[in-house]
Design a protein around this ligand. Structure first.
Ligand code: MG
Length: 270
């Protein structure tokens, strides 16, 4: 059953969304060559807990960390680790979620570690645009298929593959509610969208074949052909005025594509 949220409940979900985005933005500043991904996990967990929230992923079905960190050919559910060290040219997909005041926020972003290859940069930009196009379809009266269609069409017209086995989802008091939100579909098909639905829209787009497998750690999903993968996600509410992005902090609903320190916060050199 799809749980419809009242305008007051949607308002109440915003702090969890803002904190999830703040955590993701912070994670991005640590995406530089030499970082152990476990350190990103530690920083994100502290940031979430210091705000009185809990990391939504830690312990979820036994997941061992507060972030998912998926590098290059890893599509989703990568596990951060002590010996997992970022290197120049990696693309790093980080997923953060926070539960605050009983509500969940869920978002993800693929960051460049140093300078990406031109083909990885293009993949990321197209995937980010897939997310925007999908969100634009999240209006009352449209169907779930309109979201999937917009994402799939933009990805495939650029020559990329769409992962089918992992999809977006409803969000509420728990991270995964109904409905599933596939990144593929047909116009005007599927559940009719209505005011009060809250969805995590999260295209997972790959450079080559979308065929994937899960590694022996039971979590990390990788492309079978080794091609790189990108993943962007926001939690949105469908309202009569259109989609409202809940995973938005004071800097907005998106992160910089480049990992590393936020240049706006650096002291200018004299
Ligand atoms: Mg999600």
């Amino acid at each position: 059953m799809i749980k419809i949220k009242t305008p007051a409940e949607i308002e109440a979900m915003k702090p969890a969304g803002a904190l999830s985005k703040m955590a993701l933005r912070k994670a991005g500043t640590l995406v530089v060559p030499g970082t152990h991904t476990i350190d990103i996990d530690r920083v994100v967990e502290s940031l979430i807990r210091i705000h009185g929230a809990t990391p939504a992923f830690k312990g979820y079905l036994g997941f061992p960390a507060s972030i998912c960190c998926s590098i290059n050919n890893e599509i989703v559910h990568g596990i951060p680790g002590e010996g997992v060290i970022l290197k120049e040219g990696d693309i790093v997909s980080i997923d953060t979620g926070a539960t605050l005041n009983g509500w969940v926020g869920d978002n993800a972003w693929t960051f460049f570690c140093g300078k990406p290859s031109l083909e990885d940069k293009a993949l990321c930009e197209v995937t980010r645009d897939c997310l925007s196009l999908g969100i634009q379809q999240a209006v009352p009266g449209n169907h779930l298929g309109d979201i999937g269609f917009a994402i799939q069409e933009h990805a495939e017209k650029n020559g990329y593959g769409v992962v089918r086995e992992y999809v977006g989802h409803g969000v509420g008091h728990v991270m995964h509610e109904e409905p599933n939100v596939p990144n593929y579909g047909k116009k005007s098909r599927g559940v009719r969208l209505q005011e009060g639905m809250v969805l995590a829209i999260e295209p997972m787009i790959v450079l080559k074949s979308p065929k994937n497998e899960t590694q022996t750690n039971r979590w990390t999903v990788v492309t079978v052909d080794g091609g790189t993968a990108a993943h962007y996600e926001n939690t949105i509410a469908i309202t009569k005025d259109g989609p409202v992005i809940l995973t938005e902090d004071e800097k907005g609903p998106t992160c910089p594509m480049e990992g590393g320190p936020d240049k706006a916060n650096l002291i200018p050199q004299i």
